[in-house]
Design a protein around this ligand. Structure first.
Ligand code: PEP
Length: 255
């Protein structure tokens, strides 16, 4: 059965890697996926390595994502990095609203929305992360939480803008814990996300790529990708080794 959407895998390197280490990892990933045709692959190094990695990867096929951006384009905002600066550095995508930022840095849905709109303005594709905590899941609040995060992040977006975003469902309890959501748990939330977006635009919902993230590994990606609404993965730990990330991309894109 042909997939409804082209698979997309993004490696989130988080706060890891010198410039030299990032270049080495990026080069290995590029070489490892070079022969694959029916998949999009991105890596998200730290800010300091973005430009060097983007230069190294400029001939494709792997693109470069940032891990965050600010919502203003320029001005007196010490320490922030804007979406136009990321574009200038060679980025094509930016991860926004990652649960580590929400939990450790107090990032709110309204900020994720402002950042996503800034990214779109600049010509970057936002990869917007949503996901419930274990307490929310245990309390039966998963879908309500996802709905609130989604509605907050996508507020005031036009259909044309919706067409350029990617959503990543990342249950907080599965990130970096070795405990991934079951394919059925992931599919339930992915289907819910698509239905929610369909209420705004059926056309955009049909082509929206929804990635799963949370302890994705080469040996569990096939079962997740077999679900109708799982279109790829946002990968943390398993993306820090080129061998495991390339295997994961190959496994996931061949389902
Ligand atoms: C992530 O941080 O986006 C993530 C999914 O991490 P891990 O794969 O390590 O759980």
């Amino acid at each position: 059965m042909a997939r409804a959407r082209r698979p997309f895998f993004c490696g989130n390197w988080k706060l890891n890697g010198s410039i030299a280490e990032s270049l080495a990892l990026a080069t290995e990933v590029r070489n490892g996926v070079a022969s694959l045709r029916d998949v999009d692959v991105a890596v998200a190094p730290s800010f300091t390595a973005l430009h060097a990695v983007a230069k190294r990867l400029e001939d494709g096929p792997v693109t470069v994502a940032a891990q965050d951006c600010f919502w203003e384009d320029k001005g007196a905002f010490t320490g922030e990095v804007s979406a136009p600066q990321l574009l200038d550095a060679g980025c094509k995508q930016v991860i926004l609203g990652h649960s580590e930022r929400r939990q450790l840095l107090g990032e709110l849905d309204a900020a994720v929305n402002l950042k996503a709109r800034a990214a779109l303005r600049a010509g970057l594709a936002p990869i917007i992360c949503v996901g419930e905590t274990l307490a929310e899941r245990d309390a039966g609040e998963t879908l309500g939480r996802i709905q609130a995060q989604l509605d907050g992040a996508l507020a005031d977006m036009t259909d044309a803008e919706l067409a350029r975003i990617v959503i990543a469902y990342e249950p907080v309890w599965a990130i970096g814990t070795g405990r991934n959501a079951t394919p059925a748990q992931a599919e339930e939330v992915h289907r819910f996300i698509r239905t929610r977006v369909a209420a705004r635009s059926a056309a955009q919902a049909g082509q929206l790529r929804i990635l799963y993230g949370g302890s994705v590994k080469p040996d569990n990606i096939r079962a997740l990708m077999a679900e109708e609404n799982v279109d790829g993965g946002l990968v943390g730990g398993a993306s820090l080794s080129a061998d495991s990330f390339v295997r994961l991309v190959k496994e996931g894109s061949s389902v």
